[in-house]
Design a protein around this ligand. Structure first.
Ligand code: NDP
Ligand code: A1CAB
Length: 267
């Protein structure tokens, strides 16, 4: 499939690199900063187009990897090319529903897919959600989900659950990085160099997560296995609980869901 990606920032780059690693598609890119765009394309031996419209004319699937606030201008710019080429349009933007995207694109027959990946696409470990408007055939959605399995796991979910998915997987890597940093900083407080503390915490997180996936049990069961009676862990867990750890996480999730819904109303 000919896949065109508009925007080569954090996510555009992660998706290009993930898809290239899989190797079976023709990838091209467009972005604003032309010297940077051509250097990016040269390094990866892929095509670059100087305008978003030209890229659309050479694509079967167009991925919009730009910030939500520039969607109106980008969709305005590519409308004629979309009408001529009739590719499927895929948005990875938070907060822009299929209805909002349809209103912005202003083309009755435009097939639109929403995907919510995360930054771990860069290492092939994204956890992504996918859904589509009624114009996209079931087989087309399955094919696109398969394409994105090159950058990690893909879950087909109902669009009403997208805001929650943003909290669970799209934004939550930032929670995880903040947790890693807080734990590492505490190690620094007790004498560990920051780099070493961060490496130790990160490896612990990976190991703990792998074990949970492998054992496929309730996370609390594993926490109970760590916490010896009258030991160190239970002392730490109770202190975290009284400091409001679970409540802080819930509040973070609520704020993400609220913001995602606000963003769709603004457009
Ligand atoms: N970051 C994340 O972890 C995640 C982000 N998302 C979604 O991904 C999208 C992109 O986010 P992110 O990658 O972080 O953003 P970035 O700002 O890193 O990347 C945006 C890219 O779009 C380019 N761009 C801006 N305006 C235009 C334009 N008019 N035409 C073509 N290209 C343009 C930018 O170029 P320049 O730099 O030159 O301005 C940049 O390359 C957002 O909609 C976000 O909601 C989804 C899941 C996770
Ligand atoms: O912060 C954001 O809005 C984007 C969407 C999910 C992750 N980053």
């Amino acid at each position: 499939m000919k896949i065109g990606i508009i925007g080569i920032g954090n996510m555009g780059t992660a998706i290009v690199d993930g898809l290239l690693a899989e190797g079976s598609h023709e990838i091209s890119v467009a972005s604003l900063d032309l010297p940077a765009l051509h250097e990016f394309a040269k390094q990866r031996n892929i095509s670059a187009y100087d305008t978003n419209g030209e890229l659309v004319l050479h694509s079967d699937l167009v991925i919009l990897a730009v910030k939500p606030k520039v969607f109106p201008e980008v969709l305005e710019e590519i409308r004629v090319s979309l009408q001529l080429q009739k590719p499927i349009l895929l948005s990875i933007a938070a907060g822009l529903t299929l209805d909002v995207l349809s209103q912005l694109v202003k083309l009755d027959e435009q097939k639109i897919v929403r995907l919510m990946p995360n930054l771990a696409a860069k290492v092939g470990e994204s956890v992504s959600a996918i859904c589509a408007n009624h114009l996209v055939e079931k087989e087309e959605l399955t094919e696109i989900a398969e394409i994105f399995s090159a950058i990690g796991s893909v879950y087909e979910i109902e669009e009403k659950d997208f805001s929650t998915f943003v909290a669970l997987a799209g934004s939550s890597p930032a929670f995880v990085y903040s947790f890693i940093d807080s734990l590492a900083k505490s190690g620094v407080m007790y004498g560990f160099p920051k780099d070493l503390a961060t490496e130790i915490v990160t490896k612990t997180l990976i190991g703990s997560a792998k074990l949970l996936l492998e054992e496929n049990c309730h996370p609390q069961q594993l926490a109970d296995r760590v916490a010896s009676p009258a030991g160190t862990t239970i002392a730490g867990l109770l202190a975290l609980e009284s400091a409001g750890f679970a409540n802080a996480v819930h509040k973070g999730v609520e704020a993400i869901i609220k913001r995602d819904k606000e963003m769709s109303k603004k457009n």
